[in-house]
Design a protein around this ligand. Structure first.
Ligand SMILES: [Fe+2]
Ligand SMILES: [Fe+2]
Length: 140
């Protein structure tokens, strides 16, 4: 089963953004499917997790650049929520590096999935709605 199944409550209300998020989720699922679930290959798992971290981080960097350029007022809170997921991924990698076992399906599955469920439909929906209004105001 995929790590993160796309759900209706992930939707931001903006099809273009949802498409980008779906692509991100698919890439994460693809990397996750290549992780050795037996726990025997910690360094391989850390490598895949760091690739997931890079993907997520670059999505956030893009979003945050637009927020800064457009002067989004809730930038700080939004960025702080991005940091929660990035820290979460780093924590899991640290735990693995220290030689401890991690039940990836429940740990990663639950923590990462929960984050996506709320971030897309709250923070991203809020930002992209603001962005739309901001662009419309600029046109008038
Ligand atoms: Fe996003
Ligand atoms: Fe975001």
């Amino acid at each position: 089963m995929a790590l993160i199944e796309w759900r209706k409550d992930f939707e931001t209300g903006f099809p273009g953004i949802d498409f980008e998020h779906k692509t991100l989720v698919e890439s994460i699922n693809d990397l996750h499917s290549r992780i050795d679930q037996s726990g025997g290959d910690a360094s391989g798992t850390i490598k895949r997790l760091s690739e997931i971290h890079v993907l997520v981080e670059s999505h956030f960097a893009l979003e945050e650049r637009v927020m800064r350029e457009e002067g989004f007022s809730r930038f700080k809170e939004h960025k702080a929520d991005h940091s929660i997921l990035l820290d979460e991924l780093l924590d899991i990698m640290d735990t693995l590096s220290s030689g401890q076992n991690v039940d990836l399906d429940s740990t990663l599955g639950q923590r990462v999935r929960d984050w996506f469920t709320t971030h897309f439909s709250t923070f991203d929906r809020d930002f992209h709605a603001w962005e739309q209004r901001h662009k419309n105001n600029a046109k008038n």
